[in-house]
Design a protein around this ligand. Structure first.
Ligand code: B4P
Length: 190
């Protein structure tokens, strides 16, 4: 099993690059953002709780997303590997993920960290907000709050995996194709 974390601030290209990576490497894509939006559109109790946080640009509580990932791992025993997109977003989530993978006799092999400036992030997310219908993309204040949450709670996840020498920084500004090539080059070196 080969497991990757695609890491980076909101709007850094995680969702965009994940689509290409899963196609090329046959990995199972686990995006906590997509899982949460699916719960919201189905109007489940979990979705209703999550929406309150997401609309303010805040992270959803750890226990909610860890539970979602745990059941997604259990329902995909045949996967050749997982691409984690937008998870883990806190150190507690990273520790929980390591434990869950250990139970399955596997681990995170590499953390690919996309590097994008704040100005570019805001521009991209406001751009996506024009067409996506995502309420967290239309308001610049909410976008800035998401970036603030990332700096406060999520950037430490890179330090956590850095201790195990698993983090590779990838330039995240440029064409989607060039960034994809850089990501593949790093994966092929593993
Ligand atoms: P996510 O769904 O993970 O969304 P995101 O980080 O905003 O976007 P992503 O990074 O995937 O977007 P992309 O750059 O591909 O999270 C949404 C919310 O869910 C969070 O704020 C939080 O509330 C909650 N949540 C999710 N996971 C959680 C967790 N583990 N714990 C707690 N809460 C959690 O795309 C952005 C735009 O950039 C697109 O328009 C794209 O076309 C464009 N783009 C991409 N690459 C580009 C390039 N190279 N050049 C120009 N534009 C590009």
């Amino acid at each position: 099993m080969f497991n990757i974390i695609l890491f980076g601030p909101p709007g850094s290209g995680k969702g965009t690059q994940s689509e290409n990576l899963i196609r090329k490497y046959g990995l199972k894509h686990l995006s906590t953002g997509d899982l949460l939006r699916s719960e919201i559109s189905r109007q489940t109790p979990l979705g209703t709780e999550a929406k309150n946080f997401m609309d303010k640009g805040q992270l959803v509580p750890d226990e909610v997303v860890i539970g979602m990932i745990s059941s997604a791992l259990d329902t995909n025993p045949q996967a050749v590997g997982f691409l984690f997109d937008g998870f883990p977003r806190t150190e507690a989530q990273a520790e929980a993920l390591d434990k869950l993978l250990k139970l399955k006799n596997t681990e995170i092999h590499v953390v690919l960290a996309l590097q994008v400036s704040e100005g570019e992030l805001v521009k991209r997310l406001l751009g996506r907000g024009l067409t996506s219908g995502r309420s967290d993309d239309t308001n610049e204040e909410v976008i800035r709050a998401r970036i603030h949450e990332y700096n406060k709670k999520t950037s430490v996840v890179a330090d956590y995996y850095g201790r195990f020498d698993k983090v590779k920084k990838i330039e995240g500004e440029g064409s989607v194709d060039d960034i994809f090539t850089a990501l593949c080059k790093e994966i092929n070196l593993q």
